[in-house]
Write a protein that binds this ligand. Structure first.
Ligand SMILES: *Cc1c(COP(=O)(O)O)cnc(C)c1O
Length: 384
């Protein structure tokens, strides 16, 4: 038994961007669920995990699912997305956002970022919706992503969606625990979702949560997530369902992680502060702007002078077995979506070309982060 490895993450010799931060508490919760026999199909941890997330964000509806992607798929179905529909989405995101749109048979249309949050540009969304209205083809939904743990500019985005009466789905997969003007991430749109994938701010090893402002929407999502079984002993079916529910064992891990989320988030913000201080007198390193101090700290992202500099830093870190990664490649530049309509102005492409995510996991020590800082500074100044 290697509890010490679990506690320190020492079994991972490579330094990852965002390694799982799990230890004794997670182990206790998981084994308690196991020992009490709550293996399947549901159980008290699953219900409690949902209630705890609901209480944290102040919405009554929460449904624990097998992934954030599954949550997004159900969110889109909940707001009525159907085959032949268009769905507008942030182009600067992970592919899961766009993939879920295609699971509904709908067509993604991409909208670029603004520079102040790196999230969907209200101006471009407004222009895109005006254009769609003129063509008589308004989208069935707008999916706004809260990138790298920071909420989008909802004071601007929400009224635009309301004006065109298009539902807003908040993809808060990366932003659990974040707030904007004090309001919790996940609650700005008509429905929202979180991810508990292994690299997110907290993890169940894999999982997600659909959240809604009404219990009825959550009940509907729970029904669709469990094969759409009507209450009859022989399982009557009137809808196509999915097998998307989270297991009770993983929900137990999620409860332990959720209890530690405030501390893990604080640690990530502190790591960001170490990077900021270390790079404060370096030219040519810009940080992701933090528009609201409710940012959850998920990943520290920087933008370098040019792609060559970024690639040199990435290579120098990789040589020391340290993971770093470019920012998300915008969806409108992905081969699989090359034919999609896109309202873009170059903002996300520019960030993708020069941007870099640095190791940010809450298991990292100050010494780990300082080592990364030293390597980045050296790579930057070696070839000015
Ligand atoms: C991680 C992520 C998802 C998908 O979550 P999974 O739990 O990995 O399925 C969706 N959207 C964004 C923006 C993400 O970063």
């Amino acid at each position: 038994m290697t509890t010490s490895k679990l506690l320190t993450g020492a079994s991972l010799s490579r330094m990852f961007l965002s390694a799982p931060d799990v230890g004794q508490l997670e182990r206790e919760y998981l084994l308690r669920a196991f020992d009490e026999g709550w293996i399947a199909p549901v159980g008290p941890d699953l219900n409690a995990f949902e209630s705890e997330i609901a209480a944290m964000i102040g919405w009554p509806g929460a449904v624990a699912l097998s992934s954030g992607t599954a949550a997004l798929h159900l969110a889109l179905l909940e707001v009525g997305v159907k085959p032949v529909d268009d769905v507008f989405a942030s182009t600067f995101t992970f592919a899961a956002t766009a993939n879920a749109i295609t699971y509904c048979g709908a067509t993604p249309v991409f909208v670029d970022s603004e520079s102040s949050t790196w999230n969907m540009s209200p101006e471009l969304l407004d222009a895109a919706l005006a254009d769609a209205a003129q063509r008589g083809r308004l989208p069935a939904a707008v999916v706004v992503v809260d990138l790298y743990g920071q909420c989008a500019d909802y004071e601007a985005l929400v009224p635009i969606c309301r004006q065109y009466e298009v539902p807003l789905v908040e993809d808060s997969a990366e932003a659990l625990g974040a707030t904007r003007n004090g309001q919790p991430a996940g609650t700005f749109g008509d429905v929202g979702l979180f991810s508990f994938n292994g690299n997110k701010i907290m993890t169940t090893s894999g999982g997600g949560m659909f959240v809604s402002p009404t219990i009825e929407m959550a009940q509907r999502a729970r029904y669709l997530a469990t094969q759409a079984r009507q209450p009859a002993v022989h399982y009557e079916h009137t809808d196509i369902g999915f097998n998307y529910r989270l297991s009770n064992l993983l929900a137990a891990v999620g409860r332990a992680q959720l209890a530690r989320l405030p501390d893990m988030s604080k640690r990530r913000v502190a790591i960001n502060e170490i990077y900021r201080q270390a790079f404060s007198d370096l030219d040519g390193v810009e940080f992701m702007p933090i528009a609201d101090d409710g940012w959850n700290g998920w990943l520290t992202c920087v933008v370098l002078r040019d792609a060559a500099t970024r690639d040199r830093i990435m290579a120098a870190l990789d040589e020391q077995n340290i993971e770093s990664r470019p920012l998300w490649k915008p969806m409108h530049l992905q081969p699989v979506f090359r034919d999609a309509t896109a309202y873009v102005d170059g903002t996300s492409q520019n960030l993708f070309e020069r941007g870099l995510c640095l190791p940010s996991g809450s298991i990292l020590s100050d010494e780990d982060v300082e080592r990364v800082c030293g390597l980045v500074s050296r790579a930057l100044t070696a070839h000015p």
